[in-house]
Design a protein around this ligand. Structure first.
Ligand code: SF4
Ligand code: SF4
Length: 686
């Protein structure tokens, strides 16, 4: 006898007809609900990119890249168990369908022999992952509900500002978990019932169902058929309920991953004058002005609250709540409403574009795109006033966010013999100083330190001086796209004039714009952060590392360096600290070989890609803040909690914000210093 199993055991012709009919109807219903959802997505603008479908599916669905690194930590393994268990069940059912219906088109039924034995063993075991994951999820949810309860109706959508925003509890979530649990358990029950009712010599291959069957041997045909229908009720229930619960992300998040743009985290998409002429609009006024992909991604939202939990603006009590932004735009999409009617301008302006929400979101929603697109329309409608509007005018008129004249960009160079591009000498690196680096007194210290270290190490470099203009970063993030494009084009023509191939800068915001956004206008350059280049010079022995007393200095990772551009090893390497942060893929390997990595910095709670924003980005540095709603104060308190007496930074914006916040939250004398200055001190004393 060849090992196999009989499909539709004891199910008569009427039963088969009923099975096919109900299965068809439940699947058709599911498809119809998703089709109705897709009609809302299709109200949006056609996408302007060609998605790499397989890359998206492999990276974000099959490899679960976003989930694997998500917080809270207990959520990731739980989701991985459920996902891979579910995937195994899906693959098992698909193989079975191919084997069963293949003969209709002349294919062999391969569900027999050794293949069948392996199939039974492997999928019986993998199904356990699914059930363990569901039990884990239910337990976790039960404990959190016991502690915090369900939100009352008036709390729905208005999250309390505690860390358990990471899970929001809705009664339907418990229903979803129960349906999934029953799907898995009744699947095993059905296998056990088949073995009990119709034993075969190869049943041992069903390593979970076989032992279960021993509890009730000799099951009657009627009992087996009853269990068969009972299992099918859960399968059909799952199909019908799927599009109405958070479980719909199984479908929508997969589509979102497949269609995702090849867009870096810190990159914003340009708008063209042609588009503006065609639509008569700048940015997004109504939900339908977003792209179809952005609208579809809103439906993938699971209300998990991770974005809100990490939002620095929300954390200090501002009206901005990124989860609410997503849900409000979703509502605007469904009822054809304008975005400002649903989201207050105050909330839109509160965003620092730190991208913490984007990094935390497991389903690839790009909150910063959504917010900046809405800001673009507010700026075009003249709805920005105050210091933010002054900054935009300054960028446009003086090419300096502080409004300083072009000549003043060379003030810091006095007495330093800094080479200038216009002098005509060869250079390898363009040292891009930036508005802050040339204007702000604290940042000027960093600029001088970088120039002196580059000279000391014999690096061939030159500066643009008065030929340098603001990159346009604050204008773009505030929503003034065309001022940004103006500055980008002016700078790119200067780069072309001097044949610039490599750039080094001490400003992560400039780095992000030059590296990730100037390419949209034809620029091709290698862009280095100063900590990367200085780190390389240290590793080559051309500079000595800094050697602060371990534990006396803390380091603040800038959002646009660590999270957005994944640079958090290089700053630490300047003090000889080994990488020990979250984004380091070799962390496990390192911890196995060296369980005690060298720690020089007193590390704060949030670091590397999970760093906490100082509040400067997105043009916020130029906008008024209520003193008790400064994101920088929260970060300053966290840095102080490390016990360090000195704060090392690697961004001029962070330096300005943290300097002000430290003065506000403590009477203690805390020194704030850029890593370049720290390195310069070490190299002077040698
Ligand atoms: S980018 Fe930062 S400030 Fe803006 S919504 Fe996201 S987490 Fe909040
Ligand atoms: S937007 Fe993303 S992170 Fe925020 S609640 Fe929705 S799924 Fe969660």
């Amino acid at each position: 006898m060849i090992p196999t199993r009989q499909e539709f055991l004891h199910i008569g012709p009427e039963g088969k007809v009923a099975f096919y009919l109900i299965t068809f109807l439940s699947l058709a219903y599911m498809g119809w609900v998703f089709y109705r959802k897709s009609r809302f997505w299709m109200k949006g603008q056609p996408i302007t990119w060609t998605p790499d479908y397989w890359k998206g599916i492999i990276t974000y669905v099959l490899a679960q890249r976003k989930v694997a690194g998500s917080r809270p930590k207990s959520g990731a393994p739980m989701h991985l168990l459920i996902f891979y268990g579910f995937l195994a069940m899906f693959v098992a059912t698909t193989l079975l369908a191919f084997a069963s219906y293949g003969p209709i088109v002349g294919l062999p039924n391969f569900h027999r022999g050794t293949y069948y034995l392996v199939y039974e063993t492997v999928f019986d075991l993998l199904g356990l992952l699914f059930i363990f994951g569901i039990v884990w999820a239910a337990g976790r949810r039960f404990l959190l509900i016991r502690r915090f309860g369900y939100p009352s109706p008036d709390q729905e959508g208005k999250l309390s500002r505690n860390r358990h925003n990471a899970i929001t509890h809705e009664r339907m979530d418990s229903v979803a978990l129960f349906v999934l649990f029953m799907l898995g358990v009744t699947g095993y029950l059905l296998s056990a019932a088949r073995i009990s009712n119709n034993p075969q010599p190869w049943d041992w291959a069903s390593v979970v169902a076989y032992p279960l069957a021993q509890f009730a041997p000799g099951l009657s045909n009627q009992a087996y058929v009853g269990i068969w229908w009972f299992h099918m009720i859960w399968v059909w229930g799952f199909f019908i309920m799927l599009p109405h619960m958070r479980l719909k992300h199984i479908v929508v998040a997969t589509l979102t991953a497949a269609g995702a743009p090849e867009q870096k985290m810190g990159e914003l998409q340009p708008i063209s004058l042609e588009e503006v002429e065609k639509t008569g609009k700048i940015g997004v006024a109504e939900a339908r002005d977003y792209s179809r992909w952005h609208l579809m991604s809103l439906d993938a939202c699971m209300s998990c609250g991770r974005c809100t939990e990490v939002c620095p603006a929300y954390g200090v009590g501002k009206t901005l709540n990124p989860k609410q932004v997503v849900q409000d735009i979703h509502r605007a999409m469904v009822v054809d409403d304008s975005v400002p009617a649903r989201i207050s301008e105050e909330a839109l302006w509160a965003c620092t574009t730190c991208n913490a929400c984007v990094e935390a979101c497991p389903v690839l929603i790009r909150h910063v795109d959504l917010i900046v697109d809405a800001r673009r329309n507010l700026v075009a409608e003249g709805k920005l006033s105050g210091t933010g509007a002054v900054m935009l005018r300054q960028v446009a008129s003086t090419s300096n966010a502080w409004g300083a004249p072009a000549n003043s960009r060379e003030d810091w160079m006095k007495g330093l013999a800094v080479p200038l591009c216009r002098e005509g000498g060869d250079f390898e690196y363009l040292f891009w100083v930036g508005c802050a680096g040339a204007t702000d007194p604290g940042a000027v210290k960093t600029t001088k330190a970088v120039a002196s270290l580059l000279k000391q190490a014999g690096v061939s470099f030159a500066c643009l001086g008065k030929e340098e203009a603001c990159t346009g970063d604050p204008a773009r993030r505030m929503g003034d796209e065309f001022t940004f494009q103006d500055k980008a084009q002016a700078n790119i023509s200067v780069f072309q004039k001097y044949g610039v191939k490599k750039v080094v800068t001490a400003c992560p915001h400039c780095l992000n714009t030059l590296q990730n956004e100037y390419g949209q206008f034809g620029s091709q350059m290698e862009v280095w952060h100063h900590t990367q280049l200085l780190g390389q010079l240290v590793s080559e022995g051309r500079l000595q590392p800094a050697s602060p007393q371990p534990g006396k200095v803390t380091y603040h990772d800038p959002c646009y360096l660590a999270r957005v551009n994944n640079i958090s090893d290089a700053p630490r390497s300047l003090v000889g600290q080994e990488s020990n942060h979250d984004s380091d893929k070799s962390l496990l390997a390192k911890s196995l070989t060296d369980p005690t990595p060298i720690e020089i910095f007193a590390e704060p709670q949030h670091k590397a890609t999970k760093t906490l924003c100082c509040g400067a980005g997105g043009g916020r540095m130029w906008m008024e803040e209520t003193p008790d709603q400064r994101p920088g104060n929260r970060r300053a308190e966290e840095l102080l909690a490390t016990g360090a007496k000195e704060v090392a930074v690697a961004c001029p914006f962070c330096r300005i914000m943290l300097d002000a916040s430290l003065k506000q939250v403590t009477q203690e004398e805390i020194r704030i210093v850029d890593l370049a200055e720290m390195l310069q001190e070490a190299n002077k004393s040698k």
